[in-house]
Design a protein around this ligand. Structure first.
Ligand SMILES: [Zn+2]
Ligand SMILES: [Zn+2]
Length: 406
């Protein structure tokens, strides 16, 4: 056994030394990330426990409820601890695809995770929300990919400035082309500019324009809405809405003798696309003995036996806004009946003056927004470093306001 003393830097101001960990050194090397995860859990156990306790659920009851009812299509998770850069990673259940809200420090995400990202929504370009642009770009260069970025007014110019900071004189040697499509909200319209690695990321063609009535992106099974909030600059509040949720009934699969497999994705797509219910649906798979099997149904038949349709998830992400009545009304409206509300809680209410000066919310205001919006789950984040070690107070203030205002 070997004793290893680990340190992690959470921000420039705070360096933490952690309790000694005893483990075989080989295990440590192989499972470095796992150990960092354990350290994270140890340090933030108060944060995690507090969230679970105040929401009145234990981990085990939450898990068993999920098992009994549904598997969510989206699994949002904060990229960093609540004192570090804000950002939400939202992987899809049945696709190798993900969305990103904000582009702060992305280092906790693996290349595998980042390569799943198709659309990125940047609330505003303060450094803690945008510094990860280079990390993402670095990974995507040389790949055949199209990525979509969305942001507030002047976002196109900010991305263009980032792209033009590098020398691209050798990029024509790359076989694959990276396309970056950047969209910004300008009041009642959105404007899109494309950039291609083939053209050394010079703006390509004329700006494309369409009206903006709150919808930034609409796909067959989900949409993204946005609002503009006041943070002494435009800052976007974001909401991911799943049109509806399709849960697969395991017993139904068993009764029909069907395996779990990629065909379920196709089946779900057929429902989302509202294809003709009388349309035949054939399932082909290989069993354990490598024998190919197939079964035939109509879409309606299969839907009746193995699918349960329920309201979709609604995931709202609000960060960096002053607690003005206008902002609060907009935030409540966006978050209405969300299944998850990720909302900034940077300051305690007793330091409301500081929060106002910095154009941020207090924890109490965040809790009241959650209560007025009738959200199911509140996840506070983006804590000011001044509360390091005292995060419990921030969480309790937010949760108390959430509970009392419900
Ligand atoms: Zn900001
Ligand atoms: Zn911020």
């Amino acid at each position: 056994m070997k004793v290893i003393n680990r340190c992690i830097t959470f921000d420039q101001e705070k360096i933490f030394a952690f309790p000694l960990f005893a483990c075989p050194v080989e295990l440590f090397i192989l499972q470095d990330r796992a150990i960092e995860f354990i350290i994270f859990i140890l340090v933030y156990s108060d944060y995690i426990f507090c969230l679970l306790r105040v929401s009145g659920k234990t981990l085990s009851t939450q898990q068993s409820q999920q098992r009994a009812s549904m598997k969510p299509s989206f699994h949002p998770r904060l990229i960093n601890d609540p004192f570090s850069d804000p950002g939400l990673f939202i992987p899809f259940l049945f696709e190798r695809r993900a969305l990103l809200f904000d582009l702060g420090d992305l280092s906790p995400l693996s290349a595998r995770d980042l390569l799943k990202v198709s659309h990125v929504f940047v609330t505003h370009t303060h450094m803690d929300h945008f510094i990860g642009f280079d990390t993402l770009l670095r990974l995507l260069i040389g790949r055949d990919k199209e990525i979509h970025l969305f942001g507030p007014s002047n976002f196109i110019q900010k991305v263009e400035a980032k792209l033009s900071a590098y020398n691209w004189n050798l990029i024509e040697n790359y076989e694959d082309t990276l396309f970056i499509k950047v969209t910004e909200i300008q009041g009642e319209r959105v404007v899109t500019q494309s950039f291609s690695s083939r053209d050394r990321f010079k703006p390509a063609g004329a700006l494309q324009e369409r009206p903006f009535k709150g919808g930034l992106l609409s796909e067959k099974f989900f949409s993204i809405d946005a609002i503009i909030l006041d943070h002494k600059t435009d800052c976007i509040g974001l909401c991911l809405k799943e049109n509806f949720s399709i849960n697969i009934i395991k017993e139904g699969l068993k009764e029909l003798g069907l395996p779990v497999g990629p065909w379920l994705r196709e089946f779900k797509e057929a429902i989302y696309e509202e294809r003709n219910p009388a349309q035949p649906f054939t399932i082909v798979w290989q069993d354990k003995d490598m024998v190919t099997r197939e079964k035939h149904f109509t879409l309606a038949e299969l839907k009746a036996r193995i699918a349960r349709i329920s309201p979709g998830q609604k995931i709202t992400y609000i960060t960096d806004m002053i607690g003005s009545p206008e902002n609060i009304a907009k935030a409540v409206n966006l978050a209405l009946e969300s299944s998850h509300l990720f909302i900034e809680t940077p300051f305690l209410d007793k330091e409301r003056d500081v929060a106002r000066m910095k154009y941020h919310l207090t924890a109490k205001e965040a809790g009241l927004i959650a209560a007025r919006a009738g959200v199911k789950e509140l996840i506070p984040f983006h804590f000011s470093p001044r509360y390091f070690g005292g995060e419990k107070e921030l969480i309790q203030e937010a949760m108390a306001a959430f509970q009392s205002g419900r």
